[in-house]
Design a protein around this ligand. Structure first.
Ligand code: CP
Ligand code: NVA
Length: 304
């Protein structure tokens, strides 16, 4: 029997497949702008398991399914048996007999891997402590739309070596760009990921060094979901890592700024940055919708 393809990290798709998803996302965006609808997901159901909060991810997946003629189910541990200890393996076996595709946002990355192992339908990682690959599809689409292919360009990541940073490491490998990470000691991304991408990724201790001559500057919150208790400690550790107009002046003249949002003005970014001309954050957020419709379509149409 054909096995489903999953999207747990960016490494699950070949570079050519990722680019095909981006091209299709741009096409779907244009189709929607023309007010057309294709109902390509008619009668298809997406199960959405959220063990962490979300605005963009939930709304983009749910709206996307509706726009394509399908349906999405919001499932939280508060009101499913997952929250009362039903094993992930059992939940995967049951849910995947009822829905056509599953999206999971959770803490441990191993949990999405376990779910995928027992699922008969494709599983999408909608953020774990380790990776956020759906956001990277939107980011790469946004760069492509504004500046063309990212291959051979330089990207600066300023801040925590978190799930977003680690997905940028994967992205540097898949789209072949240079990634310069500025983070304080003790907040680096996983060493095995750095080792695997050694020729494309380097760590710097000052934001200025990393941002110098870059084509894209990216940051994210200093305290991710699940790290609320470390907020104060992290604010101290990341002092000096705020992205502002002065830091952006070290980048290329036409450098873009991205942030997956939610953003904390006065912390990882200055108050004005999100609305500055180089910021493409609102389009980046919108592109979650288009990129994920293209991703879901890809997973419906491809199996092993
Ligand atoms: N960027 C992102 O994933 O946002 P949400 O947490 O609102 O889904
Ligand atoms: N790194 C952040 C991303 C939120 C979309 C977090 O995990 O909370």
């Amino acid at each position: 029997m054909a096995q489903p393809r999953h999207f747990l990290t960016l490494m699950d798709l070949e570079p050519a497949e990722l680019n095909a998803v981006l091209d299709r996302a741009i096409e779907l965006k244009a189709i929607q702008a023309r007010g057309e609808s294709e109902e390509l997901f008619k009668n298809k159901v997406l199960g959405m398991i959220f063990e962490k909060s979300s605005t963009r991810t939930r709304v983009s997946f749910e709206a996307g399914m509706a726009q394509m003629g399908g349906h999405a189910l919001f499932l939280s541990p508060r009101d499913t048996q997952l929250g009362r200890g039903e094993p992930i393996e059992d939940s995967a076996r049951v849910l995947s007999r009822m829905v056509d595709i599953v999206m999971i946002r959770t803490f441990e990355h191993a949990n999405v891997e376990r779910f995928a192992e027992y699922s008969k339908v494709p599983v999408i990682n909608a953020l774990t402590d380790d990776f956020h690959p759906c956001q990277l599809l939107a980011d790469m689409q946004t760069f492509l739309e504004h500046r063309g292919p990212i291959q051979g360009k330089t990207v600066a990541w300023v801040g925590d070596g978190n799930n977003m940073c680690q997905s940028y490491i994967n992205a540097a490998q898949q789209w072949d760009f240079e990634l310069r990470i500025a983070c304080p000691e003790g907040f680096e991304p996983r060493q095995d990921l750095l080792d695997a991408a050694r020729d494309r990724v380097s760590i710097f201790r000052t934001p200025e060094e990393a941002v110098k001559d870059s084509d894209l500057v990216v940051t994210d919150t200093w305290a991710s979901m699940g790290q609320e208790d470390e907020k104060k400690l992290r604010e101290q550790a990341f002092a000096g890592y705020q992205v502002d107009a002065e830091l952006m002046s070290h980048a290329h003249d036409r450098a873009l700024f991205m942030h997956c949002l939610p953003a904390y003005r006065g912390k990882e970014i200055s108050a004005e940055l999100l609305d500055s001309p180089e910021s493409v954050v609102w389009e980046e957020a919108e592109n979650r919708l288009h990129a994920q419709k293209a991703l879901v379509e890809f997973l419906f149409n491809h199996s092993r």
